[in-house]
Design a protein around this ligand. Structure first.
Ligand code: AP5
Length: 216
C-alpha cells in the first residue's frame, strides 16, 4: 500500500513514518533525508541543495519530482511505500498523482506552538538520520544515537529564522494540498499533538485498518 506522510515541519512525519516502516515492512522514503545524506556526502546533489535547505526554502519541483520518480521505480518500492516530506507543492502532488498515485495521505495535525517546541529541541543522528528530542524523546545517553551510536547534532534548518521560513512555506505552498487530497478521497487526518507513543498507538490502528481493508 502507498502512504504519504503529510504535515507541518516538526509534525512528526519522520518519527511516525520510521515506526510505520518497521511495523508494516514498507520502505520509508524521506526527501529531506535524501537531501541531507547528499549534503553529508558532499555529492553534486548535496552541494546544489545545501543553501536552499539551510535557509528553510524549498528545493525546486523539477529536481525533487525527478528524484522521487527514480526512487519509486526501485525494486523495494514495488510493493508499496511511505513517502515522508513529498509532495509539498501542488505541482509535486499533481506529478505524483500522474506517475504513482497514493492510496492514503496521513495528515498529522499539530499546532504551531507544538512545532516550535519540537524543532527547538530536536537532535538528529549523523549516522542513521534518526531524530530525538532533548526533553520529549531523549536518547539513553546524551548526544549519542540509541540505534547506531552515531553523534547527535542540531539541524541548520532548525535555527529560529529557518523554522519561521519553513512554517511560512508550509502555509503558503503545502497546506493547500489538504483540499486537493480531500477531493481525491485519500486524506486521513490524525491528531499529532500528543506524546509519540500516544500518536503512534492511534496511527498504527488506523493504518492497520486501511491495509486490511485494502487486502479484502
Ligand atoms: P524535511 O526533513 O522533510 O523537513 P520537514 O518537512 O520540515 O519536517 P521535519 O523533518 O522538520 O519534521 P518531521 O515532521 O519529520 O518531524 P520529526 O519526526 O523529525 O525536509 C527538510 C528540507 O528539505 C525542507 O525544508 C526543504 O528545503 C527540503 N525538502 C524536503 N522535501 C522537499 C520537497 N518535497 N520539495 C522541496 N523541498 C523539499 O519530529 C520533530 C521532533 O519532534 C523530533 O525531535 C522528534 O523526536 C519529536 N517528536 C516527533 N513526534 C513527537 C511526538 N508525538 N511527541 C513528542 N515529540 C515528538
Amino acid at each position: 500500500m502507498k502512504f504519504v506522510f503529510f504535515g507541518a515541519p516538526g509534525a512528526g512525519k519522520g518519527t511516525m513514518a520510521a515506526r510505520a516502516a518497521e511495523s508494516f515492512g514498507l520502505p520509508h522514503i524521506s526527501t529531506g533525508e535524501i537531501f541531507r545524506a547528499a549534503m553529508r556526502a558532499g555529492t553534486p546533489l548535496g552541494l546544489r541543495v545545501k543553501a536552499v535547505i539551510e535557509s528553510g526554502g524549498l528545493v525546486s519541483d523539477e529536481l525533487t519530482v525527478g528524484l522521487v520518480r527514480e526512487r519509486l521505480a526501485e525494486p523495494d518500492a514495488a510493493g508499496g511505500w511511505l513517502l515522508d516530506g513529498f509532495p509539498r507543492t501542488m505541482a509535486q502532488a499533481e506529478a505524483l498523482a500522474g506517475f504513482c498515485p497514493e492510496d492514503y495521505v496521513i495528515d498529522l495535525e499539530v499546532s504551531d506552538a507544538k512545532v516550535v517546541e519540537r524543532l527547538s529541541g530536536r537532535r538528529m543522528c549523523r549516522g542513521c538520520g534518526r531524530s530525538f528530542h532533548i526533553h520529549l524523546m531523549p536518547p539513553a545517553v546524551a548526544g549519542v544515537c540509541d540505534d547506531c551510536g552515531g553523534e547527535l547534532y542540531v539541524r541548520d534548518d532548525d535555527a529560529e529564522s529557518a523554522v519561521r521560513s519553513r512554517l511560512e512555506n508550509y502555509y503558503r505552498q503545502t497546506a493547500p494540498l489538504v483540499d486537493f487530497y480531500k477531493r481525491r478521497g485519500t486524506l486521513v487526518a490524525v491528531d499529532g499533538e500528543g506524546r509519540a507513543d500516544e500518536v503512534w498507538a492511534v496511527l498504527r490502528e488506523r493504518m492497520r485498518g486501511l491495509i486490511e481493508s485494502g487486502k479484502a
